[in-house]
Design a protein around this ligand. Structure first.
Ligand code: ZN
Length: 345
């Protein structure tokens, strides 16, 4: 795996945005998480293949992907749902189309760091950083003087914006770290896409990049930003989709730091797409999405049929799922996830 250079750390165990100082505030039990947003329930327990799945749910055909209806479309062990993609990429253009795939949310960079509390956008010094949504600036500049001050100085110059979306019961916070320049002040109202600063390497970072976090509610629970960012639009005009799920052992226990491969079926006449390599979250104590309860996720996936594989106790487990444009595919996966793990084999 490529060594990630932008976030090399001066402290032995700190990440570029360390989780450790946050833990008293953000580690909650599953019960506490679910009580924080009682209106939202996990969709996956209903992941029973429907009696009459849509044609798209067949899963193995390389047929053109069609956008399903707003209601869930389910196949063998997966469902495609409407995500809560309320945020837009904080960096425009090609730099904003993909988070650093080697250091996703919860990654420990191969066990070298505490779990990552956000994602990275690799971009050069001075690249414009934009508000991910409409909201009010809570903090701008050095990380002092607010309840976020407990996060420490590792973020360098940062901006924190508070958002309130009609479709979500709690405030959403976005955080932009390591900025070389801050262009807004606390109290400012900003619109999605508005310039709020510039990429830099302030704080604990040895190279310029944007550290981006999404936090939810009064407890400031970290979330996987890939489940909140609206997937990108491809040059052909089609929007990407996303996947979230859980990989579990035969007892249904979540597997930590477990390798998961996603391979999209090639379009006829085209070479096979490059696989996407994921790893399940490093710890079950890191907050996860109250709606999805995932332990792995990836955004900005080209729509199509994906074969997801993992090896559990020496056994290859594979399943085919469909990713639709602008939607989220949920999948429970592994020998304890239900009767469908060998479907398609
Ligand atoms: Zn980071």
């Amino acid at each position: 795996m490529r060594r990630r250079l932008a976030c090399l750390i001066l402290l032995a165990l700190a990440s570029c945005a360390p989780a450790a100082p946050l833990q008293p505030a953000i580690i909650v039990s599953a019960t506490a998480r679910s009580s924080a947003t009682p209106a939202l329930t996990r969709t996956l327990p209903t992941l029973v293949p429907s009696a009459s799945p849509s044609p798209a749910a067949a899963g193995t055909a390389a047929a053109p992907v069609q956008t399903p209806s707003p209601t869930p479309v389910c196949g063998a062990g997966w469902c495609s749902v409407t995500g809560h993609f309320f945020l837009q990429a904080p960096i425009a253009g090609s730099y904003g189309e993909q988070v650093d795939p080697t250091y996703r949310y919860s990654s420990t960079d191969g066990g070298q760091r505490v779990p990552h509390t956000g994602v990275e956008f690799q971009a050069p010094e001075g690249e414009t950083v934009r508000a991910a949504g409409d909201g009010q600036v809570l903090q701008a500049g050095e990380n002092t003087g607010s309840r976020f001050a407990s996060l420490g100085e590792e973020y360098g110059n940062l901006v924190i914006i508070r958002h309130q979306f009609a479709a979500w019961p709690e405030p959403i916070y976005t955080l932009y770290g390591h900025l070389s320049r801050v262009d807004v002040s606390a109290g400012d109202w900003v619109e999605a896409g508005q310039q709020i600063g510039r990429v830099g390497d302030t704080g604990i970072a040895t190279g310029p990049h944007l550290h981006f976090e999404v936090r939810v509610g009064a407890q400031l629970l970290t979330q996987n930003p890939e489940l909140w960012l609206l997937p990108s639009v491809q040059p052909g005009g089609e929007r990407d989709g996303a996947i979230a799920g859980r990989v579990v052992d035969q007892d249904g226990k979540l597997l930590e730091m477990h390798d998961i491969d996603l391979k999209r079926q090639a379009d006829p006449g085209n070479p096979a797409p490059l696989p996407v390599y994921l790893q399940s979250y490093a710890t079950t104590s890191l907050p996860v999405d109250a709606a999805w309860n995932e332990n792995f996720a990836a955004g900005n996936l080209v729509p199509g049929v994906y074969r997801i594989t993992t090896i559990i106790d020496g056994q290859l487990d594979a399943r085919d799922v469909t990713v639709f444009p602008g939607r989220l595919t949920l999948v429970d996966f592994g020998p304890g996830a239900g009767p469908t793990s060998s479907d398609g084999e």
